[in-house]
Ligand binder design. Structure first.
Ligand code: BF8
Length: 643
């Protein structure tokens, strides 16, 4: 076996069992293709491969063994900066598209054009409206909702250069002024994306610093036109998450039931599929099945479990393996992180693979054109596809193999629900116990572990080992994205995990909160705050803590980590956290090492400018010790004792 990819070292025995089954079934997996791809391109890894024009492709050896510039004269510093900005732009485009769809849906609801949906959180709508300057007094809810949606469209169409409505409404005064000084107050996300593509095309911006400032600006687009707008609007339409204990891992699939796996990102589709799964139970029974069982994979799993407690299946790198169980009747997807390999694997098990978005199609998929105006009809069509597949698959004698692995987790930690849990400790000042614990050193600091499961690092259990190391050192962890699936499967989101992994001082704090909140045990040491767009919740929490302390977010003893990142979305999220002045740990290494300018900017100059810094560490030990050193530095600067 290839030493680089030890496929048996994975933390989840279900992965091992299904990887063997895949081999028996002659199904090729991500890990197989990764092995064949080795060694990966060194120029690509360093970021010095340029395909921007047809005088190339060019690749620069930054160590002086070959050519020092592309055919056009672009230096490695320029090439790396352009490539990185394009990645951040890809990520921000995904998040802005996600948010804009929700704004369109909100307007459709307000105008009665999306009868399948309603506004579930009037309180959040009204408070958001007030922040955006939308009048609320004496007005019907639908009129307020329509104006909130229009505020979003105003941002996407703004040509006056003024900062986005969403920044003016949602950034604290202190953070706003910091970004104003740094020239990071973006105006129109679409203009920013257009300019980024324009300036990086051949023969335009050749100033590395200018390009990196554009990357930080793209981070601002990502947060305010993507993450934050999406979370705000999704909460209004689908509800604010509340704490609940649920089941995760392969055992959420049920033999004898029609299994539908929702995969993707936007709750617009999946919430409807879940609703119609219940309503069509009679048809499932008539087909000989117990019921229709909906489970959530990757980020849509996070969205569904946070709000509705829908079984929490697995992460993006397990999507192929979920199909290999042979237990899924339909996998329905919307957008982002959907492996092109899936439809062919689905075919092997007679699973219907259903795409729903016009720009996310596959020649081997069934396409159901899902639109909010016809959501009920389309969701029924999708569920009926699954029921029909169940019958066919039974008749074909396909025998599922569902690994008997199951985990429990506490989910549903929004800022609102966390404040409500903490108010059981201090009703007047809910954040005070956390601030006191940080000040005393009982909580050394907090780390947001976010993002993906990268097969290059998955088999070394990078995320689990990092979590262990941080918790032992009394660091509280909050999570979003697929990392949360990983840590849930590893048992980190339970009271037992506090007993098992938390350092003594952290354990004391979490036990006191758990007792006061009546949880029947300590609060888990890893708190699930949602999907990747819900990184905005993490930022909101940090801004609230910083506001109470009267300091900038960048001064807090906190860090972000994408310990196994895969996608461009992780790049754009990381770019925002850098713009906010936070340390961002990345593994694998971002493609910047071909540029001495980029390395010096991201590790030396930016920290002096706004506190933002990139930490590259590909092993759990190196990542943990780098993060701990950073947290201690921040504590020292605030005059807090070292724990
Ligand atoms: O947005 S964590 S693999 S599913 S990119 Fe994708 Fe990464 Fe999963 Fe969600 Ni986020």
């Amino acid at each position: 076996m290839d030493k680089t990819i030890d496929r048996t070292a994975t933390a989840n025995p279900g992965d091992v069992e299904l990887t063997r089954k895949a081999a028996e079934d002659h199904v090729e997996l991500v890990a197989d293709r990764l092995r064949k791809m080795m060694p990966e391109c060194g120029f690509g890894e360093l970021g010095t491969c340029c395909v921007m024009c047809y005088m190339g492709p060019c690749r620069i050896d930054p160590f002086g063994q070959g050519t020092r510039a592309g055919v056009c004269g672009a230096t490695p510093d320029v090439i790396v900066a352009r490539n990185f900005l394009r990645s951040a732009t890809g990520g921000a485009s995904s998040h802005a598209g996600h948010a804009r769809e929700l704004a369109i849906l909100l307007l459709e609801i307000a105008e009665g054009r999306a009868p399948g949906y309603r506004i579930r959180e009037e309180g959040k709508l009204l408070s958001l409206a007030e922040k955006l300057g939308v009048p609320v007094d004496g007005r019907p809810v639908d009129a307020v909702a329509a104006d909130v949606a229009r505020k979003a469209f105003e941002d996407f169409g703004r040509q006056d250069g003024e900062p986005m409505n969403w920044i003016r409404a949602r950034a604290s005064r202190m953070e706003y002024e910091k970004w104003e000084k740094l020239g990071l107050l973006v105006s129109n996300p679409h203009n920013e994306i257009e300019t980024a593509m324009h300036r990086t095309s051949m023969g335009n911006d050749a100033d590395p610093l200018n390009l990196w400032v554009a990357t930080l600006r793209m981070g601002m687009v990502d947060n305010f036109a993507g993450l934050m707008m999406a979370t705000d609007l999704a909460d209004v339409i689908f509800g604010i998450p509340t704490p609940k204990v649920v089941t995760a891992n392969y055992s959420v699939l049920k033999e004898g039931e029609v299994n539908i796996a929702c995969h993707g990102h936007n709750p617009i589709l999946a919430s409807k599929v879940a609703e119609w799964a219940d309503r069509l139970e009679g048809e499932a029974k008539a087909a000989g099945a117990g019921r229709v069982n909906v489970v959530g994979i990757c980020c849509i799993g996070n969205e569904l479990v946070m709000r509705y407690g829908i079984p929490y299946a697995g992460h993006e790198a397990q999507t192929e393996l979920f199909l290999v169980t042979g237990a899924i009747d339909a996998m329905v997807v919307d957008m982002q992180c959907i492996l092109p390999s899936l439809p062919a694997i689905a075919k092997c098990y007679k699973t219907r693979f259903i795409t729903t978005v016009p720009f996310v199609r596959h020649p081997e998929a069934i396409h159901v054109d899902f639109r909010p105006e016809a959501a009920d009809e389309r969701a029924q069509e999708i569920v009926r596809h699954a029921i029909a597949a169940y019958k066919e698959r039974k008749a074909a004698g396909i025998r599922p193999r569902i690994p008997d692995v199951s985990s429990r987790l506490l989910t549903g930690i929004s800022v609102e629900s966390l404040v409500s849990v903490l108010s059981t400790v201090d009703a007047k000042d809910p954040l005070k116990p956390v601030i006191d614990a940080i000040a005393a050193g009982d909580i050394l600091g907090a780390v947001g572990m976010v993002g993906c499961p990268n097969p290059k690092l998955r088999d070394g259990a990078m995320s689990e080992k990092m979590a262990e190391g941080l918790l032992r050192n009394n660091v509280l962890i909050v999570t979003t994205g697929c990392v949360n699936h990983i840590l849930a499967q590893g048992g980190f989101l339970t009271s037992d995990a506090t007993e098992k992994y938390a350092g003594p001082r952290l354990k004391k704090v979490l036990t006191a909160i758990g007792q006061a909140a009546g949880l029947g045990g300590p609060l888990p040491p890893v708190l699930h705050m949602g999907s990747c767009v819900d990184n905005s919740r993490i930022y909101d929490l940090l801004a609230a803590l910083a506001g109470k302390l009267g300091v900038e977010v960048s001064q807090l003893p906190v860090a972000g980590s994408a310990p196994e990142f895969i996608t461009e979305k992780a790049i754009s999220i990381g770019s925002f956290f850098l713009a906010a002045g936070i340390l961002v740990h990345l593994a694998p290494a971002p493609r910047v090492f071909g540029s001495p300018f980029a390395v010096s900017l991201l590790t030396e100059k930016l920290p002096g400018l706004n506190g933002g810094k990139v930490l590259v560490a590909a092993t759990p030990d190196a990542a943990v010790s780098g993060i701990l050193a950073h947290l201690r530095e921040k504590r020292q600067a605030l005059g807090l004792p070292q724990a």
